[in-house]
Design a protein around this ligand. Structure first.
Ligand code: NAD
Length: 484
């Protein structure tokens, strides 16, 4: 038994670096024997994946809850199982169309030649996933990888050892190591994993580790999809319907106790409205969770280190003059014992506070004054480009300005987080919140090589540009200049 994380219990298995290398070699050999798997074989794998994951729902719910300390059953059903089921159904329905060779236009000067694009699998995809939605964030990239005809190796987080071990055992029931392999272990295994010469590497996690993984992959010229984090702002316009706005923000912030990459990190709104909003969102949190301690609907903070990190953010903000309001009247010692944090609204913040600099990743909600939309946009622009941005309001002119002028991975309008589960739009970050995207066809394309093919015609006029160059060649160049 190897101790992986001081916050966490031991984990049964640790994958050795030599095994990682031999599995990658075996997957590559198997891939080379079938470089473009047929739709029936991809379909069978997607169906197997669906059966295995949905067929072990109760075990996954328990393993994830035990890894967290407590994870609300419904949080797991909504954010892991419904998302995976939606992703597989979408892939089963649309992959045959995405796989097809596509016709592409041919510019007039090259006619009557033809252009086509052939989507081809890349080979072996590496997937490194975080602890916060440990199943979904391992399986959603896997759906894209399998749909695109690849083989895959997964390294889940050391913070969820029970879920990782279960995933390894469950996937082994339907897949050989040459198809899908799950590596388990600590950061040392993750580090060795990220140094493997995959055909593509998908990393979901923090921006700081993303930099390390990007560097490791770069050494082998492995292309990466980096799904990272950051501070995702909410802008509340004066035109917003607060009856709809408050519960939607509270839900986005409190699902999984705020441990969500796209959770609203902080709110921007006119100063005069901050008190009323703070009252309303505290009341809303109390209506959602009348008690936090012992409440089966409320998820715990994953580990002591993360609990201490959140307490430190609050202490730092309070020491620098912030005002803090906590939802409910739970006993503080009991909350600490259970590692649960109620919604905590933080006002009168200043930019030097850690809570305004670091991704919060917990149920703490700074509410910051921004008198106008321009003020709010300026505050957002001063920070890193966020993974998500939320705008609440009914004023279409302002909405269009936000959509046109702000840069973020994705946006939900009059909602939080739901853009993530739309299979028909890309999900990914921009700048420090990530690079590349997946989900639906965007995942298929990320894990495929879209091979461009030019098919020359026997009637090609290209011979007019062959040497030796003569007046006829120069005339031809002149003619082409005119038509381009
Ligand atoms: P993390 O960066 O600490 O860990 C992510 C994964 O990286 C884990 O599997 C871990 O084992 C591995 N890892 C750690 N050190 C490594 C190293 N040196 N080399 C290679 N791999 C290494 O992130 P976390 O704490 O698990 O998750 C929280 C972060 O992930 C937050 O920042 C959150 O916003 C982000 N996140 C992003 C998305 C998204 O889709 N964009 C989704 C969920 C979480």
């Amino acid at each position: 038994m190897v101790r992986i994380n001081p916050d966490k219990p031991s984990q049964a298995e640790t994958t050795k670096p030599a095994e990682l290398e031999s599995v990658l070699a075996a997957q590559r050999t198997a891939f080379n024997q079938d470089t473009n798997p047929s739709w029936p074989s991809r379909k069978a794998k997607l169906e197997t994946l669906r059966e295995l994951i949905l067929g072990h729902e109760a075990e996954f719910i328990k393993a994830i809850s035990d890894d967290f300390g407590h994870r609300a059953v419904e949080d797991t059903l909504i954010s892991e199982f419904l998302v995976i089921q939606g992703g597989i159904s979408h892939a089963l329905k649309h992959t045959p169309k995405w796989m097809k060779t596509r016709k592409a236009p041919t510019a007039m000067q090259y006619m009557p030649a033809k252009n086509i694009i052939i989507p081809q699998p890349l080979g072996v995809i590496g997937i490194i996933s975080p602890w916060n939605y440990p199943l979904q964030l391992a399986i959603m990239p896997l759906i894209g990888a399998i749909g695109a005809g690849n083989r895959a190796m997964i390294k889940p987080s050391e913070y969820t050892p029970r879920m990782s071990q279960l995933l390894k055992e469950v996937l082994a029931k339907g897949f050989t190591n040459e198809d899908v392999f799950v590596a388990t272990g600590g950061v040392d295994v993750a580090s060795a994993f990220s140094a493997l010469p995959f055909d593509h590497l998908v990393f979901t996690g923090s921006t700081s580790v993303g930099r390390i993984v990007g560097e490791a992959a770069g050494k082998n010229l492995v292309p990466v999809t980096l799904e990272l984090g950051g501070k995702s702002p909410v802008i509340i316009d004066e035109s917003a319907n607060m009856k709809l706005t408050v519960p939607r923000i509270a839900n986005g912030k409190l699902l999984n106790a705020g441990q969500t990459c796209v959770a609203p990190d902080y709110v921007l709104m006119p100063k005069a409205n901050i008190n009323a909003f703070s009252d309303a969102i505290i009341q809303q949190a109390e209506a959602f969770y009348p008690k936090v301690a012992g409440n089966p609907d409320y998820t715990t903070i994953i580990a002591d280190s993360h609990y201490a990190r959140l307490q430190d953010l609050l202490e730092d903000a309070e020491n620098k003059g912030a005002k803090i309001r906590v939802a409910g009247d739970d006993d503080k010692q009991q909350l600490a014992k259970e590692r649960r944090v109620p919604l905590t609204v933080v006002t009168d913040t200043t930019p030097d506070m850690k809570i305004m600099q670091e991704e919060i990743f917990g149920p703490l909600l700074p509410v910051v004054a921004a008198e106008t939309l321009d003020d709010a946009m300026e505050t957002v622009q001063k920070g890193d480009r966020p993974l998500a941005l939320y705008w609440f309001g009914e004023n279409k002119t302002k909405r269009d300005k936000v959509l046109r002028d702000s840069i973020s991975g994705g946006v939900s309008v009059n909602e939080t987080a739901w853009h993530v589960v739309q299979e028909d739009i890309p999900f990914g970050g921009v700048g420090p919140s990530g690079m590349g995207a997946y989900h639906g066809e965007h995942g298929f394309k990320s894990f495929s090589h879209m091979k461009g093919v030019f098919i020359q015609s026997k009637f090609s006029q290209g011979k007019n540009l062959f040497p030796p160059y003569t007046d006829k060649t120069r005339k031809m160049i002149g003619l082409m200049k005119k038509i381009l």
